[in-house]
Design a protein around this ligand. Structure first.
Ligand code: MD3
Ligand code: FE
Length: 199
């Protein structure tokens, strides 16, 4: 790894341009089968990030709360996690169980994700791995209590993060993206893939 920020381990540019393009091609198939949607928060407000998933489970939210569901809201099956993505997981988390959810987050120019913890999974001893594609995103990470000190780092296309140990329950979010900073996606914007072991 190249960098440690607030308990996150970061590999800058681990995924080369050719492999990034291959993953994006697989994501286009995933989105065709399981279209992006804007989950609603508990308070009925749509999130600015659009999402879909691959794997045995997909992440979902509506007024009833946050949870994993075993089909896309349309009733379609979640597509399988691409091999190219599983290979990244095995590289950075060789000792972990296989992930059963790959959440696909799409950020348009003005989308953001507020500080939150990822705690809808059963086993916090398993890491979370994140892959950034497209425009740069300003990632912020704090400690395990809300309201503590935070650190920020720009994530670029091809960067990979692993969150394990204490950092698994750290507060984190995306403050903004730098529109037009990458030419990877013809429509612009940023994609983040988050790989998790759900149960
Ligand atoms: C730190 N996604 O989907 S990825 C999420 O860029 C999410 O879309 C952000 O937070 C994104 O839940 C951040 C980096 C990340 C992912 C999971 C974490 C950081 C994390 C879990 C625990 C601590
Ligand atoms: Fe998160």
């Amino acid at each position: 790894p190249d960098l440690h920020v607030g308990g996150a381990t970061i590999w800058k540019g681990l995924i080369d341009a050719h492999a990034q393009a291959a993953i994006v091609a697989r994501l286009r198939d995933i989105v065709a089968a399981a279209p992006l949607f804007s989950p609603e928060t508990r308070w009925g407000k749509p999130m600015s990030v659009r999402m879909t998933s691959a794997g045995r489970y997909g992440w979902y939210s509506d007024r009833a709360g946050y949870r994993y569901i075993d089909h896309h809201p349309s009733g379609a099956a979640w597509p399988p996690i691409p091999d190219e993505v599983l290979e990244v997981w095995r590289t950075v988390a060789p000792d972990a169980r296989a992930p059963d959810c790959c959440l696909v987050n799409f950020y348009s120019g003005t989308a953001r994700m507020g500080l939150h913890q990822d705690r809808d999974e059963a086993d916090f001893s398993q890491p979370v791995v994140s892959i950034s594609l497209g425009d740069d995103g300003l990632f912020r990470i704090g400690g395990t209590e809300r309201g503590g000190k935070t650190q920020s780092v720009w994530l670029a296309s091809g960067d990979v993060l692993a969150l394990g140990g204490e950092a698994r329950l750290a507060y984190h979010g995306i403050d903004r993206i730098r529109q037009g900073s990458s030419g990877l996606l013809r429509e612009g914007g940023r994609i983040n893939l988050t790989l998790r072991v759900v149960d």
